[in-house]
Design a binder for this molecule. Structure first.
Ligand code: NAD
Length: 271
């Protein structure tokens, strides 16, 4: 089969969690533009998810909004059920939903610790497990993709960079990294590819305080050798590639999309 290079996800069905804002919304739009039918998962404001769905439909794409808290097993299972009812199969999961609840460790409540682990780590596990179950239950369709299914785990540079004041978040993303690799090792034999993306600083709601004022942005840029804060599209383009057959031999890899944040820029002058 020849794939239109402009539409590398043509005919595929993709579920993106946390897709009503920020990176997830960018991925949903880019996947639709690449030819995929998209499930736009949201937990809170339905209007935001419906707006993304309408936008995609307005450009001739296919999309549906799906409400579910990814930290709740039954809700995740019901979401996959509705997705497959609507689209018939699933080819791609982007486990993107995530939160921060920041506090100095001495002040961090158990609830803050637990909620971040529940959403960022357990939420990705619940979605990935459900995706694997579905992938295993459906035939390989070489006309659609060389893989039976693809999972992309949205991690962070904080899967490797320790982060004071955010021990819950960094622990969740470190966990995502080894969950992703262990899963990739386990399911590659079934022609299922699992990879991660580690964004650096991307302009979204989750880190608004870090880029909102010129002073905050100037401080943030000290950490970014490339000299600009990232945009959701920077991540979306990487996600399209990782979900497409262009990356068919790539598995268990974290793709860092961070403007060089993990290059330890303080060592340019120091060290
Ligand atoms: P965002 O706040 O715009 O997006 C997070 C999304 O997750 C929101 O739409 C939110 O409603 C959703 N969400 C939260 N809890 C949920 C739940 N329980 N169930 C379902 N959805 C839920 O911020 P973002 O920057 O787009 O974040 C997306 C992902 O990217 C997160 O996993 C985040 O950790 C990661 N990330 C972001 C950055 C950055 O600089 N923006 C950097 C590294 C990693």
């Amino acid at each position: 089969m020849s794939v239109d290079p402009a539409r590398p996800l043509q005919g595929q069905k993709a579920l993106v969690t946390g897709a009503s804002s920020g990176i997830g919304a960018g991925v949903a739009r880019a996947f639709a533009a690449a030819g995929a039918a998209v499930g736009v998962n949201f937990v809170g404001r339905r209007e935001s998810a419906e707006r993304i769905v309408e936008e995609i439909r307005g450009t001739g794409g296919e999309a549906i909004a799906l409400q579910a808290d990814v930290a709740q097993e039954a809700k995740v299972q019901a979401m996959f059920e509705r997705f497959v009812e609507a689209f018939g199969r699933i080819d791609i999961l982007v486990a993107n939903a995530g939160i921060q609840q920041d506090a100095a460790v001495a002040d961090m409540t158990t609830a803050q610790w637990q909620r971040v682990i529940d959403v960022n780590l357990t939420g990705q596990f619940l979605c990935a497990r459900e995706a694997v179950r579905r992938f295993l239950g459906q035939p390989l369709e070489p006309a659609i993709s060389r893989a039976r299914g693809k999972i992309i785990c949205m991690s962070s540079v904080h899967e490797v960079i320790p982060w004071a004041g955010h021990v819950n978040y960094a622990a969740s993303k470190g966990g995502v990294m080894l969950m992703m690799k262990s899963l990739a090792q386990e399911v590659a034999q079934h022609r299922i590819r699992v990879n991660g993306i580690a964004p650096g600083a991307i302009k979204t709601a989750i880190n608004r305080a870090a880029w909102e004022t010129p002073e905050a942005e100037r401080k943030l840029l000290e950490l970014i050798p490339y000299g600009r804060v990232g945009e959701p599209d920077d991540i979306a383009r990487a996600a399209v590639w990782l979900a497409s057959d262009q990356s068919d031999y790539v598995m268990g890899t974290t793709l860092f999309v961070d403007g060089g944040m993990t290059l330890y820029p303080a060592f340019r002058e120091g060290g």
